[in-house]
Design a protein around this ligand. Structure first.
Ligand code: NAD
Length: 498
């Protein structure tokens, strides 16, 4: 049994780089539990010199036979052991994830389970990977093999650490790369715990380094380092664009999983109870701190009134509260600074002429006063081109938009710089297919929302980024291709001299 005391104390965390657990060389800082602002971890931030040391060590480690000569099935074995290591510590990891970013414990457990599944999946992908013999056009054998890119960097945000970190580390290890990790400054634990589990599973020293710290220092040094051959980035669009600019200097491939402003469409024939529950879950789970949050709900005018009434009833029943409670559906926002940013957007929505139908304020009294809580908020009366409907808020704020003409609906849904995800609620599979094909998003959910499978590729389009995460072919992102031609006959070459 886990004592709650264990999870209320302040942990001293060390970084893990160049094969050793120790303090990084930058200043000490603390991280806070969003529920009550208490300090939960104390650690030193990394510096550019630490990044250099980690990357150099990773380059040496990846060339050692202990890593470079591992057969596919042996690397797969390591990944399976990491998956099991995560499962053995699953409740502890879920509790630590909760302390880092204040997500409800049930959600944290699901993230931990998904991380274990990610390592298992990429272990299987590594083990069953096949290089290809290509059809030859002469008397030769042609084949194409995949080789690890080398040392790769990962930079992650604070909203779902263990899952987004597993989705980078697992395919990188499966491909035979070494990885230097820069988790979000305020949620450093999960990447460190994954490194600990990987070390115990037998991943050689130096292959994985984890350096928490500031994006502008640690992240920047990682992106610029000459030995870093790829950056897997998840985070905001502005930072992603900056990373791509720097990457161009050394022709470095990147994957950029960026922001979103996802539309969900309620068709006139939708099962309204199902649609209301789906829209609520799509925007308010994770307190809206989700890149795929369904933050614009386009509801057909014939059902708009009914949908709105049922939605507001649903919001009243949402349990906003202590993330450690099994009943909680919505926890606090990640910190006070982020809540202030959400509040600015709500004020902007009011200034732009929107009407707040519910929420639009902090809950008060009791523990609410000590944490960064905010109530689920629903707006109506804003046009799709209002800033409130165009920009990513990354909080529990939904805009309701009535629609009547399908072409205009699709134009409005696509009239946004992002293209991450979308949802459609309908009983008619033909309209779901027609509209789903017309939406400019990387994922379309039909009569469901926010379901995820590691075997299904995830990517954005437009300013939501590019590059595949998840799916068997996700490994390819960490490899380069090399082609071989083997001459098979003794016939002299055309320019033979004898
Ligand atoms: P952020 O862009 O501020 O930070 C993400 C990471 O980048 C952090 O580790 C940060 O320290 C680092 N960083 C910041 N400046 C950097 C720089 N100059 N160079 C290198 N690294 C730098 O984002 P955030 O606030 O942590 O997370 C929220 C954002 O993440 C939202 O926009 C959200 O949509 C996005 N997100 C996207 C996905 C996806 O899969 N598409 C998933 C989750 C979150």
């Amino acid at each position: 049994p886990l004592s709650s005391q264990r999870f209320d104390m302040t942990d001293r965390l060390q970084s893990y780089f160049a094969g050793r657990w120790r303090d990084a060389s930058g200043p000490e800082y603390t991280t806070e539990y969003p529920h009550d602002g208490s300090t939960v971890a104390r650690l030193h931030a990394a510096t550019a010199a630490d990044v250099d040391e980690a990357v150099q060590a990773a380059e040496r480690a990846r060339l050692q036979p202990a890593w470079a000569r591992l057969k596919h099935h042996e690397r797969a074995g390591l990944l399976y052991r990491i998956a099991n290591g995560i499962r053995e510590r699953s409740e502890e990891l879920a509790q630590l994830q909760r302390l880092d970013n204040g997500k409800p414990i049930k959600e944290c457990r699901a993230l931990v389970a998904s991380a274990a599944g990610t390592f298992q999946f990429f272990g299987a992908a590594a083990e069953t990977w096949e290089d290809t013999i290509t059809p030859s056009r002469g008397d030769y054998l042609s084949m194409s093999v995949h080789e690890p890119l080398g040392v790769v960097g990962a930079i992650t945000p604070w909203n779902s650490p263990i899952a987004s970190e597993a989705q980078k580390l697992a395919p990188a290890l499966a491909a035979g790369c070494a990885m230097v990790f820069k988790p979000a400054e305020i949620t450093p634990r999960m990447a460190l715990e994954l490194a600990r589990i990987a070390e115990q599973a037998g991943v050689p020293a130096g292959i994985i380094s984890v350096l928490p710290g500031k994006g502008s220092i640690v992240g920047d040094a990682l992106v610029k380092h000459p030995l870093i051959k790829r950056i897997a980035f998840t985070g905001g669009t502005t930072v992603g664009v900056g990373i791509q600019r720097l990457a161009a200097e050394k022709l470095m491939p990147t994957s950029l999983e960026l922001g979103g402003k996802s539309p969900t469409i309620v068709m006139p024939d939708a099962d309204l109870d199902h649609a209301v529950a789906g829209v609520l879950y799509g925007i308010f789970s994770s307190s809206g701190e989700s890149c795929i949050a369904g933050s614009r709900a386009f509801v057909h005018e014939s059902v708009y009134g009914e949908f709105k009434a049922r939605l507001l009833e649903g919001v009243k029943k949402l349990r906003v509260g202590d993330p450690s409670s099994e009943d909680t559906q919505m926890g606090p926002l990640v910190n006070l600074g982020h809540r202030a940013s959400v509040e600015k957007y709500v004020q902007l929505g009011r200034d732009e002429g929107g009407t707040v139908l519910c929420g639009g304020e902090r809950p008060t009294g009791g523990f609410y006063d000590g944490g960064s809580y905010y109530l689920p908020t629903v707006f109506e009366g804003l046009p799709n081109n209002a800033r409130m409907c165009q920009e990513e808020i990354f909080g529990p704020v939904l805009a309701l938009l009535p629609w009547k003409d399908e072409d205009d609906l699709i134009a409005q849904c696509n009239d946004n710089m992002f293209g991450l995800a979308s949802g459609i609620w309908t009983r008619d599979f033909k309209s779901a297919w027609r509209i789903g094909r017309a939406l400019q998003t990387g994922t379309v959910w039909i009569n469901t929302y926010k379901v995820f499978s590691i075997s299904t590729p995830f990517t954005g389009v437009k300013m939501s980024g590019y590059g595949q995460e998840k799916g068997r072919l996700g490994i390819l992102e960490y490899t380069s291709q090399k082609s071989f031609y083997w001459g098979l006959n003794e016939a002299p070459m055309p320019w033979a001299t004898s």
